[in-house]
Design a protein around this ligand. Structure first.
Ligand code: FES
Length: 124
């Protein structure tokens, strides 16, 4: 069921290229919503703001994300590979970013963890 079919309540973060729509609960981060909704999200610290592996590129709606706190800013500036060459105003940690409105982000490696049965294709 899509977010539109279910009736929306909270902000939705659309994740490319997996084409996932994550409706965030109040005070929930992007990665927490992804985990709750059954998605694998790349990480090695599992939400501790230390690995930066969870980072996303914000494609639109950056103004709808709660501004980064000191912990997130420090992690991005000091631990994100190639941080000096990147536009950090468009990069957020999924384990820290919360939304107040809709946004679109890009994150490779996000995928559903639940398997979907494949219907038979012909007579048995
Ligand atoms: S999960 Fe490691 S920094 Fe976000």
């Amino acid at each position: 069921m899509t977010v539109e079919q279910a009736g929306r309540r909270g902000p939705v973060v659309h994740v490319d290229p997996v084409d996932a729509e994550l409706e965030l609960e109040p005070d929930e981060t992007i990665i927490e919503a992804a985990w709750r909704l059954g998605y694998h999200w790349p990480t090695t610290c599992h939400g501790q703001a230390t690995c930066t592996v969870c980072h996303v590129e914000v494609l639109s709606g950056a103004e709808h994300l709660v501004p980064p706190d000191d912990e997130e800013r420090d992690a991005l500036e000091t631990r994100l590979p190639g941080a000096q060459r990147r536009d950090l105003t468009r990069i957020r940690l999924a384990c820290r970013a919360r939304a107040t409105g809709d946004a679109v982000v890009r994150k490779k490696g996000v995928r559903p963890t639940q398997t979907v049965p494949i219907p038979p294709t012909g007579p048995l």
